[in-house]
Write a protein that binds this ligand. Structure first.
Ligand code: SAM
Length: 429
């Protein structure tokens, strides 16, 4: 007897299966709908995705039965297998949850980890970058929906969630009048955030952005954002706060602006940002031992190029160039591009297997100067040790550089949750 055919979320990508498709819905949406359904099957939100999800699951079961002539995967089996697959991840939905949230511009889920740690249930997520989606799915079992600017994507957002989270990319608005309003933000990603808030009226808002948002376009961008949230959307929004990750237990200088808001009918009129924990953490505390020299050590030539560049720019005072972080120091902000990796070099003189005769000349430098590893970047952002990257190093660096420092996000989120509990916005457990 043939073994029962296995079914996996991966198969919604199958070329054959797509040929049979007649609907104008992207493959990503199929995987997103099915995984969102399976994740919410036990709560009320499941019904929001149910019809579409069952349609796709039935289609793939039928396809496998007819085209592949496989030993039959019956629908209940398929469902069980898929359910097992989405829950068999490092960060599944917590058993007991006390509030719901949506994860926009989700990246690799920095907000999600923090919110889940506080008892949150994610009911919708959007991230269009395929590599980031891959990492997200590997850790949370859920495939994010794609482009949030598309109405088709927004239509999948369920009603009644408690908190909207997101680190939206910062863009300038073309403001006609003195103070920008809702319509002036049209065509930007903030407009989409505002549009979702307008339609869904979540109890709280938690937005994150680069520190530069404060002075972007002479301060008008932030002023417009606050005006839209406070006056057009009628939320209580305290003064945004610049929060430095290094004050929350990770050895990284990372200043970000946090914008928090509460729906006015909840009666919340004051908010206190989290007090720094000021836990002393240094690079040595997160340093990875046993680093592969040929992968992370700079080549002699490249090191020389960096030294030459720095010397040439030495008197210009523009801070250009590499930086070596001592063991007892803390890292500069990890960023994508802009010498993000070179500004965080370390000296690893414990190199043991350097052998000039076996290493091709110039492959690695003798001084043991190397980039920080993706694992070190993961620790700099306060991600749990079992958070996993199923992608190439280059993608992992990019994803981490774009991400948030989880402990700093969690500390602020905790303040939001406490206030919502106090004002009965959510039930405390
Ligand atoms: C600054 S990153 C946010 C990272 C995230 N907070 C995390 O913890 O990893 C912004 C993300 O928004 C995504 N993005 C930009 N435009 C988008 C769009 N129109 N729809 C969906 N995602 C988008 C980018 O791919 C990027 O991953």
């Amino acid at each position: 007897m043939k073994l029962k055919e296995k079914i996996s979320i991966e198969e919604f990508d199958s070329k054959h299966f797509q040929i049979k498709e007649i609907e104008h819905i992207t493959t990503n949406h199929k995987k997103a709908v099915v995984t969102h359904y399976l994740h919410n099957i036990k709560n009320g939100v499941g019904k929001h995705y149910k019809q579409e999800a069952l349609k796709y699951i039935n289609q793939i079961v039928e396809y496998k039965q007819q085209e592949e002539n496989s030993s039959i995967v019956a629908e209940p089996d398929a469902m069980q297998q898929l359910l097992f697959e989405v829950e068999d991840v490092a960060f599944p939905t917590p058993e007991k949850t006390k509030f719901t949230f949506i994860d926009l511009f989700a990246g690799i889920g920095g907000f999600r980890i923090a919110m889940q740690n506080l008892g949150g249930k994610c009911v919708f997520t959007s991230e269009w970058d395929e590599q980031a989606q891959k990492t997200y799915r590997a850790n949370f079992g859920e495939v994010p929906f794609g482009d949030i600017t598309k109405e088709e994507t927004k239509n999948f957002i369920p009603d009644g969630f408690d908190i909207i989270c997101g680190g939206f990319p910062c863009q300038a608005f073309s403001i006609a009048g003195k103070r920008g309003g809702f319509e002036d933000t049209r065509g930007t990603l903030f407009f989409d955030v505002a549009e979702i808030i307008k339609r869904k009226r979540p109890k709280a808002i938690f937005l994150e952005n680069v520190k530069g948002l404060r002075n972007h376009n002479g301060g008008r961008t932030l002023e417009t954002i606050l005006n839209v949230l406070r006056n057009d959307l009628d939320y209580f929004v305290p003064e945004p706060q610049i929060v430095n990750a290094k004050n929350f237990g990770v050895p990284q200088q990372r200043e970000r602006i946090y914008i928090v808001g509460f729906r006015k009918d909840l009666g919340i009129t004051e908010f206190e940002y989290a007090e720094p924990t000021n836990t002393e953490v240094r690079f040595i505390d997160i340093r990875e031992e046993e680093v592969v020299p040929t992968k992370y050590y700079l080549s002699t030539q490249y090191l020389q190029t960096l030294i030459n560049h720095k010397e040439r720019h030495a008197n210009k005072g523009n801070g250009f160039g590499y930086a070596i972080i001592p063991d007892d120091g803390i890292a500069n902000a990890i960023v994508v591009g802009g010498m993000g990796r070179e500004r965080n070099l370390v000296i690893d003189n414990r190199i043991t297997d350097f052998n000039p005769t076996t290493h091709i000349k110039g492959t690695v430098n003798r001084e043991g100067i190397r980039k920080m590893t993706p694992k070190e970047w993961k620790r700099l952002q306060g991600y749990p040790e079992d958070y996993y990257f199923p992608v190439a190093d280059a993608s992992a660096y990019k994803q981490l550089g774009n991400s948030v420092a989880v402990p700093a996000i969690q500390a602020t989120a905790n303040q939001i949750i406490k206030l919502l509990e106090k004002y009965h916005g959510i039930k405390s457990k």
